[in-house]
Ligand binder design. Structure first.
Ligand SMILES: Cc1cc2nc3c(=O)[nH]c(=O)nc-3n(C[C@H](O)[C@H](O)[C@H](O)COP(=O)(O)OP(=O)(O)OC[C@H]3O[C@@H](n4cnc5c(N)ncnc54)[C@H](O)[C@@H]3O)c2cc1C
Ligand code: SF4
Length: 859
């Protein structure tokens, strides 16, 4: 590797050191602004992984792997000709030669960006040799750090984190999730001393101790001593004053330091306490070199959050492509959930501004605390501290950020809702400059513009503006502003199902269930008007089917179905139908395989194995469907519901029955799940998968419900999706036994059925759920709404009343009358013409059809 530029390339050379969150965002911004036309870009990342979401690093311990945490599209660099060098550390910058030193040699640059982030600070506490005792000096910053923690945790019972700040508490939670007894040791007299005041620290401590995490504040660690083999633990921590604490591993999370060594070595200006000095355009003391993210020091300030780094990235991308953005500092307010406890800190949380006054609300019994800091004249919010409930955060932040005048009684902003109601700041009150999403710097004005440009739902708005795709903290506010904007444009946020029912699907579901309504007409009479349409009929048909499990071919239900449901088969492009019997879990006997082959041969059907591990028989004419199904049902098959908005398949791998790696019987579980939920009608189709180990051969994490075997039981994933809008499923529960697994799935499915919108896949439903995954866990696992038993009972009713829809139809001559191609004739459709390809029939193309059939019909 040499030279500034290959001779054939006239573009300038741009080198980026650091492929972390900010370095990566900078690359995305450069690409978006067309920088690759003018620059040949090289990115060097010391870590071996693609850039990943460090903010959600802890999710690595709750099931997400490096791919799931990765940022951006996997082929982003390749697609845009950006050269990405992973696992490659830059060891020096030669400013005279304008070159960086890589392990392979030197590489020239015209412009250079340093985005090297921070490193964890490990105080020089005397202790055992770290080569011999790596578990006494662990840190929590990278995926490799987490791998090391996980590996040492396997042989440990207790772990201690040194540092009670944001990252320390995340690390303690990680230790807890690995099954260790976790302790936090903090030098300051309270937890999170930077963000919280004294009372906030006390409230947080109570919460955290309540979770079984040991909290030791005001402790200075003087030594970590190795214990001998016969002792209960491996190390003894000695604190100033003589106290001790024994542990098997120690994780240091005592702050971070800017990774500025390269810049120091090449003579760039460095701040007194570290950090590469930058100006408003993020240039260092060398105008050809930029620095951004956690390694950069602006006006004496370092920024340990991702949003300011992203703003710097946009600034640098702008500088290099003719833009005019400037970095002007950043708000360091934070809204977090630490070990499940809401913590918020806004602006001047400690009330240090001259004349500042505070309102405080303290709930000693529930360890709740809220403090509102206002200006000397009592008119503006300066800051706030929240512990235990962040629902006040968005409103307080908007007051603080936008200098909005306080209401007459400022204390009402932090009082519990039941004590007079919190006057939430309507979206109308926000100025256009109000920041809605700090990660991507999306203002209310930008949201308004996107609505003007045609964004009609939240999903489109997210794609257009990127709002709420960073840390996700602004989801609720974004929705509020969006709906307000629609309303203010006279575009009523119409939540009715259709013109015939002024109710949402969820409301109609409740009406059907509460009033015991079993027929569409009855619902229309009582709560709707007109005759119904293609939207309300299938939706209500699905609700009735879920609630009462009536056969969809019953006369009162037939008119509610769409074509596929009406004939219990999927219509294909040439007007024929496909036949898909259930092959639960993908397991099938040789005898049944033979039957499928014989039926296919007899009726000249094209056969194909589907992605859901079933065998689909294509090309059946309408009048043939009953005969085909008669033969299949006699051989022990039943309908596979491939036509319905219902549970489709449960894909499985062979599991521990055959596979050397398997740890549970994935096929057995898949069969159990598929037979349990078959027949359940849902707002949209549902797919499931069960894998016998983490190798994930059944691709369960791409399903609405994914189950992955662990040595201790099962991990449950929810709301994944393949297809048009892929979404990785999220880990919902770990190491649960089979009964718990089934109980959670019962509740999950019924809660989805009850609350989702029409034709909403679980993935989209999940995106729209206020409170997100945590809320879903509260409802399903903690039963926060007290609905658990009811949901399970509803599911039991569906399971107990299951009946194969095809078997039911075959037993009723009236129902079979529908399966005629021509009303007064039993013969087939002469317009269906097949040709043979690869030994099987397929629909003839226009040029393959006999001329006599190509008749143009004129009126
Ligand atoms: C557990 C955890 C939780 C967090 N939670 C939040 C949160 O809730 N909200 C929030 O805003 N922020 C949070 N943060 C902070 C956030 O992750 C950082 O602000 C952000 O990652 C900074 O991005 P960066 O690119 O500047 O640095 P980094 O993401 O650290 O990336 C720097 C990269 O440069 C590489 N590098 C360094 N030197 C070299 C070299 N010489 N050659 C090649 N490569 C090099 C490093 O290996 C690293 O990959 C959290 C951080 C952690 C660790
Ligand atoms: S997921 Fe695991 S158990 Fe299942 S087939 Fe793959 S390796 Fe085997």
């Amino acid at each position: 590797m040499t030279a500034h530029n290959p001779t054939h390339d006239s573009r300038q050379q741009l080198v980026i050191i650091g492929n972390g969150m900010v370095g990566h965002h900078c690359v995305e911004q450069l690409i978006e602004r067309g920088a690759t036309e003018h620059y040949r870009i090289h990115v060097f990342g010391e870590e071996r992984h693609r850039a990943y979401d460090r903010v959600h690093l802890s999710e690595y311990f709750s099931g997400k792997d490096a791919d799931a945490l990765a940022l951006g599209e996997p082929d982003l660099h390749k697609t845009h000709g950006v050269e990405l060098h992973l696992g490659t550390r830059i060891s020096a910058i030669d400013r005279d030669a304008r070159e960086v030193v890589t392990p392979e040699g030197r590489l020239g640059y015209d412009s250079l960006i340093i985005a090297t982030g921070s490193y964890p600070f490990v105080p020089p506490v005397p202790g055992p040799d770290s080569d011999m005792h790596p578990q006494a000096r662990l840190v929590y910053r990278t995926l490799d750090d987490l791998d090391a923690i996980r590996s040492h945790a396997k042989t440990a019972r207790r772990g201690v984190v040194i540092g009670g700040g944001l990252l320390g508490l995340e690390a303690a939670n990680a230790l807890r999730s690995l099954g260790l007894e976790a302790h936090v040791v903090e030098f300051a007299p309270r937890l999170m001393p930077v963000q919280l005041d004294e009372q906030g620290g006390i409230a947080l401590r109570e919460h955290i101790e309540g979770l079984g995490v040991g909290v030791h504040v005001g402790r200075a660690t003087e030594e970590i001593a190795a214990l001998s083999a016969g002792d209960d633990y491996r190390y003894r921590m000695h604190f100033k004053g003589g106290e001790t604490l024994d542990t098997d591993m120690v994780v240091f999370s005592a702050g971070i330091r800017p990774q500025d060594q390269l810049a120091r070595d090449c003579g760039l200006e460095i701040g007194e306490r570290g950090g590469i000095v930058i100006d408003d355009s993020c240039r260092t003391s060398d105008p050809e070199i930029f620095a951004l993210g956690e390694c950069a020091l602006w006006q004496g300030r370092l920024f340990g959050l991702v949003a300011p780094g992203y703003t710097m990235a946009r600034t640098v991308a702008g500088c290099l492509t003719g833009g005019e953005e400037r970095f002007s500092g950043a708000d360091m307010s934070t809204k977090l959930k630490l070990l499940g406890v809401d913590v918020g800190s806004i602006g001047d949380a400690h009330g240090v501004t001259e004349g500042a006054k505070s309102y405080r609300w303290i709930d000693e019994a529930g360890s709740g605390y809220r403090r509102l800091v206002v200006s000397a004249d009592g008119k503006k919010v300066l800051g706030a501290v929240l512990v235990g409930d962040n629902s006040y955060y968005d409103t307080l932040l908007q007051y603080a950020q936008n200098g909005i005048d306080l209401p007459e009684n400022p204390a009402s902003l932090i009082l519990p809702q039941s004590e007079g109601g919190v006057p939430t700041l309507g979206a109308d009150a926000l100025p256009d400059t109000a920041t809605i999403c700090s990660c991507h710097n999306v203002t209310k004005g930008a949201v308004c513009q996107a609505v003007d440009a045609g964004c009609a739902d939240i999903a489109a708005l997210k794609i257009e503006t990127k709002a709420s795709t960073g840390c996700g903290g602004c989801t609720a506010l974004l929705k509020q502003v969006f709906e307000n904007e629609l309303e203010s444009r006279g575009m009523e946020v119409d939540r009715s199902l259709c013109e015939h029912f002024a109710y949402t699907r969820q409301e109609l579901y409740a009406l059907v269930r509460v009033e015991g309504i079993t027929r569409f007409e009855e619902l229309l009479d009582r709560h709707g008007h007109g005759l119904g349409c293609d939207i309300c009929k299938p939706t209500i048909g699905s609700i009735l089917a879920t609630c009462w499990n009536q056969p969809i071919m019953d006369p009162q239900n037939v008119a509610l179905q769409d074509t596929n449901d009406t004939f219990m088969a999927n219509m294909q492009k040439n007007g024929t139908y496909s036949v898909m019997p259930r092959v639960a879990g993908g397991e099938i006997t040789p005898e049944k395989l033979v039957v499928l082959g014989e039926v296919a041969r007899k009726y000249n059907l094209y056969t194909k194995i589907t992605g859901g591990q079933r065998i689909d028989l294509f090309g059946a004419e309408l009048h043939q469907l009953p005969d085909i199904w008669q033969e299949l049902i006699s051989a022990g098959f039943e309908t596979g519901h491939a036509y319905g908005k219902s549970i489709r398949t449960v894909k499985s791998c062979v599991g521990n029955t055959w596979c050397r790696y398997g740890v549970q019987d994935s096929v057995g579980m898949a069969l159990e799940l598929e037979h349990r939920y078959k027949g359940l009608r849902t707002p949209h189709k549902i797919k499931m998968g069960v894998s016998g180990c983490t190798r994930e051969c059944a691709e369960a994490q791409g399903k609405d419900i994914g189950v992955i075997a662990t040595e201790a039981g099962w991990n449950l994933y929810v709301c994944g999706n393949g297809g048009m809008r892929p979404r990785h499923a999220e880990l919902f529960a770990t190491d649960i036994d089979s009964d718990t697994l089934i109980r959670y799935i019962d509740r999950f499915l019924m809660f989805y059925v009850r609350t989702a919108d029409k034709l909403q896949r679980t993935s989209v439903w999940r995106e729209s759920l206020e409170g997100g995954l945590d809320y879903l866990k509260e409802v399903i696992i903690d039963d926060s709404l007290g609905l658990g038993e009811e949901l399970e009972a509803q599911m039991k009713h569906v399971i107990d009343t299951y009946e194969c829809e095809w078997a039911n139809a075959l037993g009723d001559p009236e129902k079979l009358k529908r399966f005629r191609t021509f009303v007064n004739d039993q013969c087939g459709d002469p317009d269906i013409v097949n040709v043979t390809e690869r030994g099987q029939p397929r629909p003839a193309r226009a040029d393959e059809r006999p001329e006599s059939l190509a008749v143009e019909i004129s009126s």
